[in-house]
Design a protein around this ligand. Structure first.
Ligand code: 3PG
Length: 305
């Protein structure tokens, strides 16, 4: 009987966890949940017998992978797989997959909510501003970016996007203006939504020069990864521009250095973008089905290594 470990430090909604368990049980698999664990050692130990692992932002590092002596597949129930040691997995012939698109509406809705929250001065009672007619730049037009564009157009925002991997035709087909460079995007947009993955090319790429290009009353919205922001640059921008605001689903490491700028930043206490029942069901059930399809039929759709 194949053994599956669902390792979620931040658990799925119960309805999603029940659905995942049901899919595996119907397939005749043994499914174990490790939730809200507080030590990476617990994850490493739980991986020992697993043939397959489902994770969220949990760190599938070399120790987890090496300890999984029967391990064949890891599915990240979500989009970003920067939390998986791909080299270690590939070296052990462990397939790594994600579940692209399954939680992207949830993340997009949070990005819009954070924009409204900041535009209304964090609901402090003073007069804020509206999103109608404002410019919004979408930095990377993937599943989340596309959903943000759809919702932002409903708000009456003027939406632009930059993505070197997506054609101008695809972007423009959504009624979104395609700009030629990242510099152009930041120069033209009062609101800027960061949707790039964290990798060797993108880490620290949102830097001082880029942020200083943003027009007056700029708001940077980050529902991607904290690593893509150059924090030294961010601190400098806060110090030099009293019109600059930063709202993020992940607190930067330098959060405590920003206390002097209260009202101009907001960070969720825990990564909340994908934390909806719907997204948990979509991504969690997709992950379960992908594991079964791989183990039963060698289906490698969504393999990323
Ligand atoms: C993702 O990459 O899918 C999101 O960042 C969601 O991460 P989470 O599953 O840890 O909430």
């Amino acid at each position: 009987m194949a053994k599956v470990l669902v390792a979620t430090e931040k658990p799925f909604a119960k309805v999603a966890a029940d659905g995942i368990r049901k899919i595996f049980e119907e397939a005749g698999y043994d499914c174990v949940f490790l939730e809200k664990y507080t030590s990476q050692d617990d994850f490493i130990a739980a991986a020992t017998e697993a043939d397959a692992i489902v994770i969220r932002s949990d760190k599938a590092d070399k120790a987890v992978i090496d300890n999984g002596k029967n391990l064949k597949i890891i599915v990240r129930a979500g989009a970003g797989y920067d939390n998986v040691d791909l080299a270690a997995a590939t070296a052990k012939n462990v397939v790594v997959m994600n579940t692209p698109g399954q939680n992207s509406n949830a993340v997009a809705e949070l990005a819009m909510g954070m924009m409204v929250y900041q535009a209304r001065n964090q609901f402090n009672g003073s007069s804020g501003s509206e999103l109608l007619g404002k410019t919004l730049g979408i930095h990377a037009y993937g599943n989340v970016g596309k959903n943000i564009a759809r919702i932002a157009k409903g708000f009456g925002m003027q939406v632009m996007a930059f993505d070197p991997f997506v054609s101008k035709e695809t972007i423009e087909a959504d009624g979104v203006q395609c700009v030629e460079s990242v510099e152009e995007l930041y120069s033209k947009c009062q609101y800027l939504s960061v949707n790039i993955p964290a990798n060797d090319k993108t880490k620290k790429s949102i830097n001082y020069d880029l942020l200083m290009k943003m027009p007056a009353n700029a708001t940077l919205v980050n529902t991607a990864r904290k690593e893509v922001i150059c924090e030294e640059g961010l601190k400098k921008v806060f110090a030099e521009r009293n019109d600059f605001k930063y709202v993020s689903d992940i607190a930067p490491d330098c959060a405590s250095d920003l206390t002097a700028h209260a009202g101009r930043f907001f960070f969720t206490p825990k990564k909340m973008g994908a934390q909806t029942s719907e997204a948990n069901i979509n991504a969690g059930l997709a992950a379960a089905r992908q594991i079964i399809a791989y183990l039963e039929e060698n289906d490698t759709t969504f393999k990323v290594n």
